[in-house]
Design a protein around this ligand. Structure first.
Ligand code: NAD
Length: 501
């Protein structure tokens, strides 16, 4: 039985007596416990970060980058260990966990370029013998609150940039898969980051609420479901903090009749069922522009039938279990609901075979196989609600315009994709669709680290996306200096508004 603790000021800490159970999603067994921070535990972590901040803020860019480079190398060397921790608590297959570590490391690599990213502007001679220049400075203590589905990558969207900018960081990971955060904390220490610059408080709402109201926390980055994102944004900003809060998603793939249907079917199955659909960029709705619907569904089903469902640590497994029993039950409830709402259940994931076990609906563990619902009615709950599991809905539409309207009428605006061989249609789509991240014949258009990640509408509260130059902007504040060194033209007192001469 493992016991997952906090990490405060460079050491593991027990904290308050409250704990939560951790599970092995593949078996359903309890695998350990995680500490749940009290307000006092959070205060201790914030105090450690506040104490560490002045030295780190003043660390030279060279020193900061050297630590980042070492952290990158250590993370790369420990990627298998990290992936195994993720897989054991989240359930995703090992190769997928390795993928999330790799995508997170791209942000560390981006942050290694911080000397270039923090360069300001300089204007010589804005007035006679007066110069002006801009600098960006760190905020102080900043916090990250992250979801269960990417326990390494999503924190890495935030802390490499925040720390590179000179801030001290407090991470509050998901209480469902907290172990990755502690390994990353140890690797930061090994890389030479001063104690207190990176802290982890494990916990639930109590920890989040304290971070949101703590006067020494200057900014909060959040990723999770839309209701909590909205709450975090409203509460954090009411307490005077900068907040970027990324929420849920319902991503549509619009398929025009001229598309290559084999590519579309491969893409829909990969993007719909990778990580058992527990990705905010998963494709959950295929919008098939008729007359291709029947042929496309047939191609999707052929592929789904071959998917291998099994434990994350079995190299033969392509798709693992869901994260908790409650989440599995919620996702599975949409199968009956979909049928009640008029959809056709083409592949029933409850019937899928699990490697080394029986059928998904009968074995222990939090299993549900890949599910396909066809003819899902537009506007039904199955169509509009975020299911966040291995359920792919096919919606039939009559035209590009109809499909576009379905997407733009949606609550969320995280990711979307169009599949077509018509460049003009694709260009029109990228212009007209009200979504933050768009793929053209690419099903999961996750931006590279040097662009910024974020959706529109109820998929993001705040105006700054994460990582890339927007991340640098979020974790720094600007200052403009106007300087004049004494010279013979000093002209005495002048109460007029400063104008340039
Ligand atoms: P969640 O909203 O339940 O939890 C996210 C974080 O908020 C966790 O750290 C959790 O402990 C905390 N939290 C939960 N309930 C809270 C409450 N009542 N008050 C304060 N804090 C609370 O999300 P999840 O189930 O862990 O993750 C899945 C969700 O995250 C999905 O909706 C998914 O779309 C979304 N997500 C979005 C993105 C994105 O980039 N937009 C990326 C990954 C995941």
């Amino acid at each position: 039985m493992k016991s997952v603790k906090h990490w405060i000021n460079g050491a593991a800490r027990d904290g308050d007596s409250r704990t939560a159970e951790l599970f092995n999603p593949a078996t359903g067994e309890v695998s350990g416990h995680v500490a749940l921070a009290s307000a006092a535990d959070v205060d201790e972590a914030v105090a450690a970060a506040a104490a560490a901040f002045p030295e780190w803020r003043d660390a030279s860019l060279t020193r900061r980058t050297q630590v980042l480079f070492r952290f990158r190398e250590l993370m790369y060397a420990h990627r298998d260990e990290l992936a195994a921790l993720i897989s054991a608590e989240h359930g995703k297959v090992h190769s997928d966990a390795l993928g999330e570590v790799a995508r997170g490391l791209e942000v560390v690599e981006f942050a290694c370029g911080i000397p270039h990213l923090l360069k300001g502007g300089f204007s010589e001679g804005v007035s006679t013998r007066v110069d002006s220049y801009s600098i960006r400075q760190p905020l102080g203590v900043v916090a990250g609150i992250t979801p269960f589905n990417f326990p390494a990558m999503v924190p890495m969207w935030m802390f490499p940039v925040a720390i590179a900018c000179g801030n001290a960081f407090v991470l509050k990971p998901s209480e469902k898969d907290p172990s990755a955060s502690l390994l990353m904390a140890r690797l930061w220490q090994e890389a030479g980051l001063p104690d207190g610059v990176f802290n982890v408080v494990q916990g639930d709402k109590a920890a989040v609420d304290r971070l949101l109201e703590h006067p020494d926390v200057r900014a909060v980055s959040f990723v999770g479901s839309t209701p909590i994102a909205r709450y975090v944004y409203e509460t954090g900003t009411a307490h005077g903090k900068r907040v970027q809060a990324l929420g849920g998603a319902k991503n549509h793939m619009l398929v025009l009749p001229d598309a290559d249907l084999d590519l579309v079917a491969d893409s829909a199955v990969s993007a719909g069922f990778g990580s058992a659909g527990e990705r905010c960029m998963a494709i959950s709705v295929v919008l098939a522009v008729e007359p291709i619907g029947d042929e496309l569904v047939q191609k999707i089903v052929e592929r789904v039938d071959k998917l291998v469902l099994g434990p994350g640590d079995d190299p033969k497994s392509e798709m693992g279990p869901l994260v908790t029993a409650a989440h599995r039950d919620k996702v599975a409830s949409y199968l009956d609901l979909g049928v009640e709402e008029g959809a056709k259940l083409v592949v029933d994931g409850r019937e899928a075979a699990v490697l080394g076990g029986g059928r998904a609906g009968e074995t222990s563990g939090f299993w549900l196989g890949a599910t396909v619902l066809d003819h899902v009615p537009v506007g039904s709950r199955t169509h509009t609600e975020e299911i966040f599991g291995p359920v792919l809905s096919v919606v039939r539409v009559g035209s590009y315009e109809e499909g576009l309207k379905v997407i733009n009428d949606g609550l969320y605006g995280n990711g979307t994709a169009i599949f077509t061989n018509d460049g003009g249609a694709a260009r029109r789509f990228q212009n007209e669709v009200e979504v933050g991240m768009v793929g053209i014949n690419v099903p999961i258009p996750v931006p590279m680290a040097y662009y910024s990640f974020g959706g529109w509408k109820s998929s993001l509260f705040g105006d700054t996306h994460v990582h890339g130059t927007e991340g640098v902007h979020f974790y720094t504040r600007g200052k403009v200096v106007t300087s004049r060194w004494l010279d013979p033209s000093h002209g005495g007192v002048n109460l007029g508004f400063p104008t340039n001469k």
